[in-house]
Design a protein around this ligand. Structure first.
Ligand code: HEM
Length: 308
């Protein structure tokens, strides 16, 4: 008999479980369901070519992007999960586009597909509408790495605006430049010129509608800018475990690949119609080698098909 090495944790099973825990219409995304579509431009820096030959990152282009909110599922008041923000964007022209999906934490909550499915199942509400606290405690005790993300979020309160938030694409991506040199990088999206200090006024206390209102009024007043950074890898970095950071990651050498300038609100239909998918990467940035990214490569296509 052929055994399933992931214990049934297929991308389809994970998408179905994510979806079962999401409030909203069947057409809603399985994750980061609430969001706002925007558009703008990407301007590469003169150092981008040192890192990658990808036309997505080395040429100026239009940008389609979406700010979003995940977690805080009202169906699960007992789960007490932290709220994450998401920022997805598409760079490049039609033949060389790349989708980078980022979130407001540098780590994911599970290391493997099986662990992710078990994490979600431990949060499925029981008959009283809340997850079983014993089950949740037992799971967390046996899987301490699934607490890393929540610990990070608790220690780093989010600023009051999408525009002042820092986002990470989490995985280690192999980047190849024109000389054929490949190195691992992490994408980090840093707000430009923000004076806003982190406050206690996080999404937990700030209704999601206010986050969107803030976004709209900021865009009406002026462009919102982010630096797209490549954090450079070193020999020996843990490339396969998305629940831990690289050693001294915040103090690493970084290269600014370019600037993302958000100039206007876009109809949400534009983002719904051309769904972001982390498998869309133009030549010059490869697929991260970890197991979670492999699951994601299938999951977004499955999710998109379900909500058509
Ligand atoms: C590891 C770090 C991850 C990040 C940074 C991330 C980020 C995001 C973001 C920002 C979105 C919203 C996309 C949009 O704006 O349209 C999204 C959607 C989604 N994510 Fe992830 N995600 C991660 C991991 C995963 C994993 C491991 C899975 C599971 C298999 C997953 C499954 C999904 C699905 C199914 C959607 C909805 C896609 C759609 O229907 O269009 N994500 N993710």
């Amino acid at each position: 008999m052929i055994r399933n090495p992931t214990g049934g944790a297929t991308p389809g099973a994970i998408v179905a479980t994510l979806k079962a825990m999401t409030v909203g219409s069947p057409k809603a995304r399985a994750s980061f369901a609430r969001g706002r579509c925007v558009r703008g431009t990407y301007i590469p820096s003169d150092r981008a070519e040192e890192i990658t030959k990808s036309r997505s990152f080395t040429a100026a282009s239009r940008v389609l992007a979406r700010f979003s909110v995940d977690g805080g599922n009202p169906r699960m008041p007992g789960a007490d999960d932290p709220v994450l923000r998401g920022f997805s964007f598409r760079l490049g022209d039609i033949n060389h586009h790349s989708d980078i999906l980022t979130q407001s934490a540098p780590i994911h909550y599970a290391r493997t597909a099986a662990q992710m499915l078990a994490y979600l199942k431990a949060r499925v509400p029981g008959p009283d509408g809340r997850p079983d606290p014993e089950k949740l405690r037992a799971f967390s005790a046996a899987n301490s790495e699934t607490l890393h993300q929540a610990t990070y979020l608790a220690a780093h309160p989010l600023p009051a605006s999408f525009a002042d938030t820092t986002y990470w694409a989490v995985h280690a991506f192999p980047a190849t430049n024109r000389s054929g040199e490949t190195q691992f990088i992490k994408f980090k999206v840093v707000p430009v010129g923000s004076q806003a200090a982190p406050t206690e006024d996080t999404t937990e206390t700030k209704p999601e509608g206010l986050l969107q209102d803030d976004l709209e009024s900021r865009i009406a007043a002026r462009d919102i800018r982010f630096s797209l950074m490549a954090v450079l890898g070193r020999a020996g970095d843990p490339l396969l475990d998305v629940t831990i950071r690289w050693p001294e990651e915040d103090h690493r050498e970084t290269v600014r690949l370019g600037t993302i300038v958000i100039t206007a609100i876009e109809a949400n239909e534009a983002c719904n119609a051309s769904a972001f998918n982390p498998a869309n990467l133009a030549e010059g940035i490869g697929y991260p080698p970890d197991e979670i990214f492999a699951v994601r490569r299938a999951a977004y296509t499955i999710s998109r098909a379900r909500r058509r």
